[in-house]
Design a binder for this molecule. Structure first.
Ligand SMILES: *Cc1c(COP(=O)(O)O)cnc(C)c1O
Length: 375
């Protein structure tokens, strides 16, 4: 049996090696390493795939979130509402820009932003909401957009874990996650559902003014060469990464289908284990399973992990410390925050290996390994 890994980017590469190698060599021959044709082609293809007017590539997903907040002219002291139960990048950029992160809770079923908690967190200082499509399924965007409209707030979707996910509105229309808010931000970190062989990220919007502003900010605030109108940063997707992403984009739906098949296999296998709560899917969304995250009930998680580890089955905790209890946010000041679902999920979540290259032998071995813990 092949060694089991949380992600297996190597095997995925080998399956498309010829195409990828040719694309890389084309960039090498062109010598257009920065902002070459591959970058423009990829942005165009991704905008077609997502059904969005503008795609602005940048250096990584964290930068994408930062550039979005800069483009919205948020000012120090403005409040930005984000879930605490997410990867740190979402909230880190809020603090970096001297904005105030306001942590809200997540829904126990979807692990995404909880609407009641969001409503309670809105104050006159609130300027933006950053929902996260955690683990690969959508936050309740229709309700979030309605609240944003009512209070005149911006919405930046953190789509780093959910590229390719479909959201269905109550009238039946469908949109890709990342294209519903004012701005969508994503990451092409190698382990993401659409991963480069290095860092990468992108911003999405249908607003031409925002699109131009974000492109300008990502390029030193430059309007024409050596004329810098606003304070920006240097955040580029390089041509080699764009060429690789262009090849992989054509496989994205197949990759997401493969992840969904793994998730179904696990969920069917664990349905009768009372100590495991398998991931549930919101009724308005598909799930592209960036992670397969289950809850362990009445189980010593350390022992469970050690049991799997002895069988060389990796698993991970996403994330062991929620944002509001991180030292960088003055964890001592946040213990009063009422985030019951976040606090309940953190000690019991556990993510199993999920990626596009898992075979039947590996899957049955993992399921047997999990089952044997409960025998
Ligand atoms: C990966 C990730 C990011 C950051 O992306 P990078 O490309 O690593 O900077 C932001 N938010 C979430 C939810 C992520 O999973």
């Amino acid at each position: 049996m092949r060694k089991i890994q949380m992600v297996d980017t190597k095997t995925q590469y080998l399956a498309i090696k010829e195409q990828v190698d040719a694309a890389i060599h084309e960039v090498l021959d062109s010598a257009a390493y920065i902002n070459g044709k591959a970058v423009k082609d990829f942005a165009q293809n991704l905008s077609t795939y997502l059904g969005i007017e503008h795609v602005i590539p940048c250096a990584n997903g964290t930068d994408a979130l930062q550039i979005a907040m800069m483009a919205l002219d948020l000012q120090p002291g403005d409040e930005v509402i984000t879930p605490s139960f997410t990867y740190i990048a979402t909230t880190e950029v809020v603090a970096l820009l001297k904005l105030t992160p306001v942590f809200v809770d997540v829904d126990l079923v979807t692990y995404c932003m909880d609407i009641e908690s969001l409503k309670k967190a809105i104050t006159p200082k609130t300027k933006a909401i950053v929902p996260v499509h955690l683990y690969g399924q959508a936050a309740p965007m229709e309700e979030i957009m309605a609240i944003a409209k009512q209070y005149n707030l911006f919405v930046i979707e953190d789509n780093a874990q959910a590229i390719g996910c479909d959201y269905t509105f109550s009238d039946g229309t469908k949109k890709k996650t990342g294209t519903i808010g004012h701005i969508g931000a994503t990451s092409f970190y190698p382990s993401k559902n659409l991963g480069a062989f290095g860092d990468g990220g992108a911003l999405f919007t249908n607003d031409i003014t925002l699109a131009n502003k974000m492109a300008m900010i990502a390029n030193h605030g430059q309007s024409e060469r050596y004329y810098h109108d606003v304070v920006g940063c240097n955040s580029r997707l390089d041509s080699i990464q764009a060429a690789i992403l262009n090849i992989k984009l054509a496989h994205l739906d197949a990759y997401n289908n493969a992840r969904q098949a793994v998730a179904k296999y696990y969920s069917d296998a664990f349905a009768s284990i009372e100590h495991i709560v398998t991931p549930a899917i919101g009724k308005y969304t598909t799930h592209v399973f960036h992670q397969y995250t289950m809850q362990l009930k009445g189980v010593d998680r350390e022992k469970f992990i050690a049991h799997l580890s002895a069988k060389e089955i990796p698993c991970m905790i996403y994330y062991p410390v929620p944002g509001h209890l991180q030292k960088m946010f003055g964890n001592q000041n946040n213990t009063h925050l009422d985030l019951p679902v976040t606090n309940a999920l953190t000690p019991c979540v556990c993510s199993l290996p999920i990626h596009t290259e898992m075979d039947a032998e590996q899957l049955s071995y993992i399921v047997e390994g999990v089952n044997s813990f409960f025998k």
